[in-house]
Design a protein around this ligand. Structure first.
Ligand SMILES: Nc1ncnc2c1ncn2[C@@H]1O[C@H](COP(=O)(O)OP(=O)(O)OP(=O)(O)O)[C@@H](O)[C@H]1O
Ligand SMILES: [Mg+2]
Length: 280
């Protein structure tokens, strides 16, 4: 089951389209969820007794529209809708338990004008255990590639497996990107760094990661790329040509207390295409 969160915004419509297409490709049902959030209306002594029903029926309207859009895009999929009271992030977290995937928009109806990512998307990307896909509102032409970011930690394995599966379902090529950087003081140390050796090692790292999975996906064409750049820059660049960018929730550098690594957070803000965050 794929879950998609809707709040009536243009971006969440894009999320519905994305989710409907993925449900079709994966042959799973689609559940469209709207959280009826009363908290913003509890300002001062707001004495409007009719308000609860207004919010519920507004939610039903949003769900009807989203359902119509999903059915129009993918008439063959099974669709259900749920209007649930509660804070959106909490409702979506609850709904995502045991789901195949959770899809949300990068922005919603609220937030400040310049925000690249809303608080609901940020929260679910950091907490939900199933893959979370964050879809951007702007429509762009569909390109061929799925891009996966890998580092030298085992935490990226599930993300790479998800990326292989997505590339297979879409019949597209998979670009595996490993961006690496020397620490700032590398050249100040006594022992000079052998750049050729570093480069070879980094390439080998990508090759090994890919080899572990590609035997299960002989039909997926893989492009391996190891480059010296900041991972957020490298992945954002690659996202220009991609229709999906897949990252793990953590990398090697992550502190235990952090919900999302800095690379995952960075690409969620800056990628030009939908981003899937896959938890280890
Ligand atoms: N009430 C809701 N019910 C279901 N899904 C929601 C709800 N609100 C937001 N979402 C999902 O989260 C996505 C991002 O919206 P989010 O609320 O995070 O951003 P925002 O409204 O721009 O900023 P803010 O953090 O101020 O609310 C939406 O596109 C939608 O998929
Ligand atoms: Mg919002």
């Amino acid at each position: 089951m794929i879950i998609v969160g809707v709040d009536g915004s243009v971006t969440s419509r894009a999320a519905v389209e994305w989710a409907a297409n993925d449900a079709f490709r994966m042959r799973v049902p689609l559940r469209i969820v709207h959280a009826v959030d009363r908290s913003p209306y509890q300002i001062g002594k707001y004495p409007n007794v009719a308000l609860p029903d207004v919010l519920l029926s507004e939610g039903r309207r949003i769900l009807r529209e989203a359902e119509a859009l999903a059915r129009e895009r993918q008439p063959a999929i099974e669709v259900e809708t749920h209007n649930i009271e509660g804070a959106p992030a909490v409702v979506l977290r609850e709904q995502a338990k045991g789901a195949t995937e959770l899809v949300v928009g990068s922005r919603g109806l609220g937030g400040f004008a310049g925000a690249l990512l809303g608080s609901v998307s940020m929260h679910v990307a950091g907490h939900v255990h199933c893959p979370v896909v964050v879809v951007r509102g702007e429509l762009r032409p569909v390109h061929g590639e799925v891009v996966a970011g890998v580092d030298d930690s085992p935490e990226c394995e599930p993300a790479l497996a998800y990326a292989f599966e997505q590339a297979k379902l879409r019949g597209s090529a998979l670009r595996v990107v490993h961006a690496w950087q020397l620490p700032v003081h590398a050249f100040a140390s006594e022992a000079a760094v052998d750049m050729d050796e570093v480069r070879t090692t980094q390439h080998q790292l990508v090759r090994d990661r890919v080899a572990a999975l590609s035997k299960d996906y002989p039909e997926v064409r893989v492009i391996e790329e190891a480059l010296s750049a900041h991972p957020v820059d490298a992945l954002t660049d690659a996202s220009e040509r991609a229709n999906l960018l897949v990252v793990g929730s953590h990398g090697r550098g992550a502190l235990g207390s952090m919900l999302l690594g800095s690379v995952s957070r960075g690409v969620l803000h800056h990628a030009r295409c939908p981003v899937a965050v896959v938890r280890a």
